[in-house]
Design a protein around this ligand. Sequence first.
Ligand SMILES: CCCCCCC/C=C/C(=O)SCCNC(=O)CCNC(=O)[C@H](O)C(C)(C)COP(=O)(O)OP(=O)(O)OC[C@H]1O[C@@H](n2cnc3c(N)ncnc32)[C@H](O)[C@@H]1OP(=O)(O)O
Ligand code: NDP
Length: 299
Amino acid sequence: MAARSVFRSGLFNGRVAIVTGGATGIGKAITAELLQLGCRVVIASRKSERLEAAVDELSQLIISSSSASITAVCCNIRHEDQVRNMVASTLRQYGRIDYLVNNGGGQFSSPAANMSLKGWNAVIDTNLTGTFLCCREVYNEWMKDHGGTIVNIIADMWRGFPGMAHTGAARAAVENLTKSLAIEWASSGVRINSIAPGSIFSKTAMENYKDLGPMMFQMAVPCIPAKRLGFPEEISPAVCFLLSPAASFISGATLKVDAGQSLYDSVWEIPDHSAWPAPPEGENVCALREVMKELKPKL
Ligand SMILES: CCCCCCC/C=C/C(=O)SCCNC(=O)CCNC(=O)[C@H](O)C(C)(C)COP(=O)(O)OP(=O)(O)OC[C@H]1O[C@@H](n2cnc3c(N)ncnc32)[C@H](O)[C@@H]1OP(=O)(O)O
Ligand SMILES: NC(=O)C1=CN([C@@H]2O[C@H](COP(=O)(O)OP(=O)(O)OC[C@H]3O[C@@H](n4cnc5c(N)ncnc54)[C@H](OP(=O)(O)O)[C@@H]3O)[C@@H](O)[C@H]2O)C=CC1
């Protein structure tokens, strides 16, 4: 059962949205909320079984008096030809694209030193290049002449992303891409913003990390000021807000939806070590040595 939207029903009547990764987790919650608000939604991702299951489930949210509808297109956002097909088929079906939500993406967990070039490229191609391809195609084929609104889902990479350096680099790049496009496409009436979620639990997000998944999400909890994980239904209202006329003067911005997690603690442990280069000798280093000598016997 999808959470009830706090927005006015009919807010997106007659509008058309593409949501990449719209069949699972955060994307599914975004799709469900857009449908409740009257939007016609195209969900796009790689796995047809997931798309079909989401269409079956989410179409039940549509009440008979609503203009909403849901359809699916198989699309790997890493492939330019498939992105072209996703946009062309949406335009053939609905004749317009008002909103694009670049939510499809992800990564695996690994120390940077162990990442193969293929693994690095898979994550950069998905999260950075895939987002770029979707933005460019939607802009060139529709928004350039008609305006529109784009939301990019990024991540909490504000202090780097140890353990997932590839995705940290890709998401930071998307944040910067968002700013560039906000300026380049302003004269077409295109607004584009990002949302940076904290740790958001869904079954599919957890299963992506296989056996590590439950532990990874559990480990995040003490580092979240709310002392609990977030849920997809806590991201979708922020997306709907940024798509809506309520955000008509907001572009090039990033909204953190993380309960303050990005301001707080890190999961990444740095073991005690003495590997760091010594500081330059001088009066302050001498003074600290003296202080430490005095403190030691008391400890
Ligand atoms: C500590 C707090 C944690 C809390 C939450 C963390 C915050 C972030 C959360 C999220 O983003 S949750 C969303 C999770 N969902 C996804 O990530 C879904 C999408 N992900 C994927 O599809 C994959 O992870 C992918 C790697 C991005 C792409 O997979 P694809 O199937 O297209 O490529 P593969 O052929 O499988 O892999 C290519 C290449 O990548 C390397 N690789 C893949 N998986 C791993 C792994 N688990 N460990 C190490 N390396 C991996 C590998 O080199 C693969 O090539 P081959 O070796 O298979 O030839
Ligand atoms: N959950 C969290 O804590 C956080 C999530 N995020 C990001 O939010 C987004 C949604 O993740 P979430 O819902 O949590 O996890 P999910 O794993 O449920 O969602 C990822 C979605 O992306 C789709 N996807 C992955 N790769 C591609 C691709 N190459 N082409 C098209 N679609 C693709 C997947 O569908 P399919 O496999 O069918 O292609 C899936 O629907 C992702 O970008 C994620 O990295 C960011 C910060 C935190």
